[in-house]
Design a protein around this ligand. Structure first.
Ligand code: 5RP
Length: 220
């Protein structure tokens, strides 16, 4: 699949999500290239959302450019919908996220939202999660400790060098994990001291997957 074919599928999924947004509501907005198409679609429909809660500095910049007001989550009592992409998704709607490094704020907004729609192109749909390395955001002083703990369970953590999250933390991309039970692994890894956020979104999965394909959009 060429980049432009993938982009066409991402755009299809993003545009399909537009119809799911309650008119005039506050929308939770994720991060990444698929979400960029969503923001473009929102910009083409002024007033479709009243405001947004943003999951990253990068998304805030795009929302600002689209003249969509950005609210602090602390000031929003009712968030009917969150829309975001993913790096990998299973048919159980469990996700791996954090390829763009925004996983912590993404997980907070997903938890706050009544409904979570995930928009992906079909290459992200997998029978089993784990072929995409699992991003884990960690407190910098705990990076080596957590890496050793992960190595001890047979995984291969790789420090995303030169990258600092919006929260000032590091990312470990964890290769070679077998994920037979995503909610259990999410809990287990979240308990390691120094872990901020695990990029598994299984305890709060997506409610709906919109999958862009050559033919159209598949819903799961
Ligand atoms: C960012 C994410 C993104 O949703 C994920 O990386 C997918 O990005 P893209 O839409 O560019 O493929 O989790 O932290």
């Amino acid at each position: 699949m060429t980049p432009s074919q993938a982009d066409a599928k991402k755009r299809r999924a993003a545009e399909a999500a537009l119809a799911q947004i309650p008119a005039g509501s506050v929308l939770g907005v994720g991060t990444g290239s698929t979400v960029r198409f969503l923001i473009e679609a929102l910009a083409a429909h002024p007033g479709r959302v009243r405001a947004a809660v943003s999951s990253s500095n990068a998304t805030t910049a795009l929302l600002d450019a689209a003249a969509i007001p950005v609210l602090d989550l602390n000031d929003v009592a009712d968030l009917p919908l969150y829309i975001d992409g993913a790096d990998q998704a299973s048919r159980a709607r469990h996700l791996i996220k954090g390829g763009g490094g925004a996983l912590t704020r993404e997980k907070i907004i997903a938890a706050a939202a009544a409904r979570f729609i995930c928009i992906i192109d079909e290459s992200k749909l997998a029978d089993a999660l784990g072929t995409f390395p699992l991003p884990i955001e960690v407190i910098p002083m705990a990076r080596a400790l957590i890496a050793r703990r992960l190595q001890a369970r047979g995984a291969r953590p790789v420090w995303r060098q030169g990258f600092v999250t919006d929260n000032g933390n590091d990312i470990l991309d964890v290769h070679g994990l077998s994920i037979p039970d995503a909610p259990a692994l999410e809990c287990e890894l979240a308990c390691l001291a120094g872990v901020v956020t695990v990029g598994l979104f299984a305890r709060r999965p997506a409610d709906l997957l919109l999958v862009g394909t050559d033919q159209g959009v598949m819903t799961i």
